[in-house]
Ligand binder design. Structure first.
Ligand code: PLP
Length: 409
């Protein structure tokens, strides 16, 4: 016991200077969010749900203006009718691409569920869209030579995934990386549409993808921008003509911007967005503590405990499948909801391998709440993300340290 406490203290002490930097980002982002709320004169009447067609839903319209401002686009769709991040990104891809078009993934294979949208049955490739993945550079980041070559074929769309996903070696792409990718694209193939999968990246840095030239970006409201309160939904932000094209696809031509009832009280979506910069900061502090503590306990972590981040995901490399399961079960056992449930490996729709998921969350599957996913394949990596409060994250790390330093682990 005393040893683990000392490890926790050491782990925390050495990341304190990083906390200061995280808080500096928080202050910038909190100001930005507040300014957007003030500019658009958010008022309690915006929270009232609408029904049916949802014509003139001022709550929806105002929320979409705020998202457009915050994420640097001309306009936005923010809808409860968008079920998930995959749904938002799939709609972008499906509405932009027709048979014969070339789709390029800028840095290796996209997230499992999107890979299926592209290559699965009834996916894009089955519908005649050509698809190319640019391999990673040796260090796991994006590969300028490979991308240059791919851009010479003038793809219709370049898909850039900010977060690393479930890849054992891939690095997440920072906003500066995305800026370089856009610059290269503008040089070589200016007509190519850049779509950024922003899942897990919102509010981690002070700029967002469209602010460095991406044409479209999309994500999930049960991740960062929902602030842990949003009960669901997704967003798409970008150039007006493109967002309109996605809206026409999602709803019906000519109607996408006009209809779409809120159905439920939008207060929690607004309030979640207001809290999101703070919640993301708590999740990042938790990610650094997980990395710092597991590193001290002798396990490889990615990113490194002191590395600057562009997403909230922390990977911990464990020796085998039984340790993976025990790790996930510990996260679950110290969750506020369903703490008595023991997660198991199981198939998950859209994922190639069986996955164990610890998500003792208030919102089902919410991964801005502290959660842990691990595909049952080698190398055995637990992906930890979220944490509504650092205090909860710290408590779970204390338990994880007990687990990984025990003789039976
Ligand atoms: C979560 C995530 C998605 C979308 O997943 P949903 O569960 O459908 O919201 C897409 N890409 C990345 C990198 C993600 O982390």
């Amino acid at each position: 016991m005393p040893n683990q406490n000392r490890t926790l203290e050491t782990a925390e002490t050495r990341i304190r200077p990083i906390f200061q930097e995280l808080e500096n980002v928080l202050y910038v982002n909190q100001r930005k969010v507040l300014e957007a709320f003030r500019t658009h004169r958010v008022a309690s009447h915006h929270f009232a749900p609408t029904t049916g067609y949802g014509y003139n839903d001022s709550g929806r319209e105002t929320l979409e203006h705020i998202y457009a401002d915050l994420f640097g686009g001309e306009c936005a769709l923010v809808r409860s009718q968008i079920i998930s991040g995959t749904h938002a990104l799939s709609a972008c891809l499906q509405s932009m691409l027709i048979a014969g078009d070339l789709l390029v993934s800028a840095a290796h294979r996209p997230y499992d569920t999107l890979y299926r949208v592209i290559t699965g049955p009834r996916g894009l490739v089955a519908r005649g869209i050509r698809y190319h993945e640019v391999p990673l550079a040796a260090n796991g980041s994006w590969n300028p030579d490979g991308l240059r070559e791919a851009l010479l074929a003038a793809p219709r769309l370049l898909l850039v995934q900010r977060s690393a996903g479930y890849h054992p070696e891939r690095q997440a792409l920072s906003i500066a990386d995305i800026e370089d990718i856009v610059r290269l694209k503008n040089e070589l193939s200016s007509e190519t549409i850049v779509l950024v999968d922003n899942c897990y990246g919102e509010f981690v840095e002070v700029r967002e993808p469209c602010q460095v030239g991406a044409d479209l970006t999309a994500g999930s409201l049960i991740k960062n921008p929902g602030g842990g309160l949003s009960p669901g939904g997704g967003y798409i932000v970008g150039r007006e003509s493109l967002v309109e094209q996605v809206a026409d696809y999602l709803v019906a031509p000519g109607l996408g911007f006009e209809i779409g009832p809120s159905l439920y009280d939008l207060r929690i979506v607004y309030q979640g967005l207001f809290l999101a910069p703070q919640v993301v900061c708590e999740a990042l502090k938790t990610a650094h503590l997980v990395a710092s503590a597991m590193d001290l306990a002798g396990y490889a972590v990615r990113p490194g405990w002191d590395a600057r981040r562009t997403d909230i995901v922390q990977a911990v490399v464990l020796p085998g499948v039984s340790q993976l399961l025990a790790f996930a079960r510990t996260v679950q056992a110290f969750s506020p909801v369903e703490s008595h449930v023991k997660p198991e490996f199981a198939p998950l729709p859209g994922y190639e391998h069986d996955v164990v998921m610890a998500a003792g969350t208030f919102v089902q599957g919410s991964s801005i709440e502290l959660s842990c996913d691990a595909p049952g394949r080698s190398p055995y990596i637990a992906f930890v993300q979220g944490g509504l409060t650092y205090a909860h994250g710290r408590l779970v790390v204390e338990e994880l340290l007990k687990l990984v330093t025990s003789d039976s682990f």
